[in-house]
Design a protein around this ligand. Structure first.
Ligand code: CP
Ligand code: NVA
Length: 307
């Protein structure tokens, strides 16, 4: 049995593989829009393990697997043995003998890495404290759909240097674009730890307006990510000036788009005027989670397909 291919971080796939996946996503999406059944994963089972809440990730993986002809099983920490201390390695052995592909949303990245190391089947990271690769897969597909190639473009990230921000930074390395990150003091990107020190694809800013100047895409995320709720009050104070508003969008390029992985808090990290305004592509971005993940599951299970 050959080793399965996993998707735990954005850098797990090459630029050529992303080019294939984006092409494939377009094909799968068009077929879906024409109501043409496509069941390449007939009889395959996806197990989804959630240790944190979700709307989009659960829905897009579950619906996506059904649409590809397979089935999906939802497990959470609360009512499985995962929440009662069963070792992750044991869970991986058992779950991967009963299924064809696994998606995990959890806390530390080390948990998905440990699971994958013992898994007989592909494992997909559905969000960890460190990364959210499926989100950025959808975001970049959305950018390409709306504005064309992302290579050479600049993204402004305004806010917490969290899992979604870290994944944008990895994506910039793989796909050759730049990310300007503006975070409040104490919440900056740890470039050393993440391996981006000296990178030509990353610039840190203390002023969010400066970070947005001339960029092609402005994006942000909640001030407090899941798992960090105890810091909520301190974060509300620290991030008060890190709200993407019309002034920030006005210094970006006129054709710049606004993205947010959702869920959003209007009046905190973004104004209603921006997220509900003409430059926002958040609903296409959310929908594209479905299409990119269908292409991803097909690729991890069946490899490249030429139609
Ligand atoms: N963006 C995202 O992953 O949303 P959910 O938390 O609803 O899955
Ligand atoms: N950074 C957020 C993203 C939610 C989709 C979190 O981790 O809670």
């Amino acid at each position: 049995m050959s080793a399965p291919r996993h998707y735990l971080q954005f850098k797990d796939l090459t630029r050529g593989e992303y080019e294939y996946l984006f092409e494939r996503t377009r094909w799968i999406k068009e077929k879906f829009k024409r109501y043409e059944p496509y069941h390449p994963l007939f009889d395959r089972t996806l197990v989804m393990i959630f240790e944190k809440a979700s709307t989009r990730t659960r829905l897009s993986f579950e619906a996506g697997m059904h649409q590809l002809g397979g089935s999906a099983i939802y497990l959470n920490t609360r009512d499985s043995q995962l929440g009662r201390g069963e070792p992750v390695e044991d869970a991986a052995q058992v779950i991967s003998r009963m299924s064809d592909i696994v998606m995990i949303r959890t806390f530390e990245q080390a948990i998905v890495e440990r699971f994958a190391a013992q898994s007989r089947v592909p494992v997909i990271n559905g969000l960890t404290n460190e990364f959210h690769p499926c989100q950025i897969l959808a975001d970049i597909f959305t950018f390409i759909e709306q504005r064309g190639c992302i290579q050479g473009k600049t993204v402004a990230w305004v806010g917490d240097s969290n899992n979604v921000c870290n994944t944008w930074l990895q994506a910039a390395e793989v796909l050759d674009f730049a990310v300007n990150v503006a975070s409040p003091p104490g919440y900056e990107v740890d470039a050393e730890r993440l391996g981006f020190r000296g990178s030509a694809h990353f610039r840190a800013f203390s002023d969010p307006m400066a970070a947005c100047e001339g960029v092609d895409l402005v994006t942000t995320d909640v001030w407090t990510s899941m798992g960090f709720e105890a810091e909520n009050e301190a974060r509300k104070q620290a991030f008060a000036d890190w709200c993407v508003d019309a002034e920030m969008m006005a210094v970006a390029r006129p054709e710049a788009v606004f993205m947010h992985c959702l869920p959003a808090h209007r009046g905190e990290e973004v104004t209603a005027e921006v997220i509900d305004g003409p430059q926002s592509v958040v609903w296409d971005e959310a929908e594209n989670r479905l299409h990119v993940q269908k292409a991803l599951m097909e690729f991890l299970l069946l490899g490249r397909i030429d139609n």
